[in-house]
Design a protein around this ligand. Structure first.
Ligand SMILES: [Zn+2]
Length: 231
């Protein structure tokens, strides 16, 4: 039975409630719930694969004015991925790019539903090669760490993690914080989140800690940029 957006959002909220306060996953899920409030109920659509988040802008100010989300029914990792795109846009305010940039983009062009039709060009202008290289280096390190955990992840889980990290490597400027948060949700769902009472962590739990640390760094960065970036 496919679940409705309302059911999936409820599951997300329930998950956020049971996380240890202050933990990375607690922060990430609470942030996702906040972003979900920027999407009207009618603006969720379910798709069989992939997904996206589209911003509607106030053309006069260039500020965001709501979002539409396409995601996969019942897939909370995917839903958090799409809501993280919104968190990234709300924090850096750079057309969904994962970092602040002083570059000057071409003026926004809008369609009649207030979406930017030249978003890809603007993203290209915001792009910073040095920052992209840093992101790819982090993703490469995480791939090595995932491989070290191949004895305790299943083959399918390892493949899913590597696919997602590779997905980030293709478009590091827009698919970094999204894939970190998605993998962090998976690691929790798969039961690899250390409880803090273990004597010794399994390789999968150790990998979970690496993903957690990378996701925390970016969460903290978004929180900082949210306050200083302007539309
Ligand atoms: Zn994405």
């Amino acid at each position: 039975m496919p679940t409705t957006p309302a059911q999936d959002l409820k599951k997300l909220q329930d998950m956020a409630k049971v996380m240890k306060p202050g933990s990375t996953l607690s922060n990430v899920l609470k942030e996702a719930c906040k972003m979900a409030a920027l999407v009207k109920n009618s603006d969720y659509a379910q798709v069989p694969g992939g997904g996206n988040a589209v911003c509607k802008y106030d053309q006069a100010t260039g500020a965001s004015d709501g979002y539409k989300v396409r995601y996969q029914s019942g897939n909370i990792g995917n839903l958090v991925h799409e809501l993280t795109h919104i968190a990234v846009n709300e924090s850096y305010k750079r057309d969904f790019v994962n970092y602040a940039s002083k570059n000057v983009p071409p003026p926004a062009i809008y369609n009649n539903t207030d979406n930017r039709t030249n978003e890809a060009d603007r993203q290209g202008a915001w792009m910073d090669q040095a920052k992209n290289n840093g992101i790819v280096a982090t993703l490469d390190t995480l791939k090595k760490e995932a491989n070290k955990a191949k004895t305790s992840l299943t083959a399918q889980q390892l493949a899913d993690v590597n696919n997602k990290l590779d997905y980030g490597r293709i478009n590091p400027h827009i698919e970094f914080e999204t894939v970190l948060n998605q993998i962090l949700v998976w690691m929790y769902e798969w039961g690899y989140m250390p409880s803090g009472t273990e004597d010794k962590l399994t390789p999968a739990q150790q990998f979970c800690q690496k993903i957690d640390a990378a996701a925390k760094t970016r969460y903290d960065n978004r929180a900082k940029e949210y306050k200083v970036s302007t539309w």
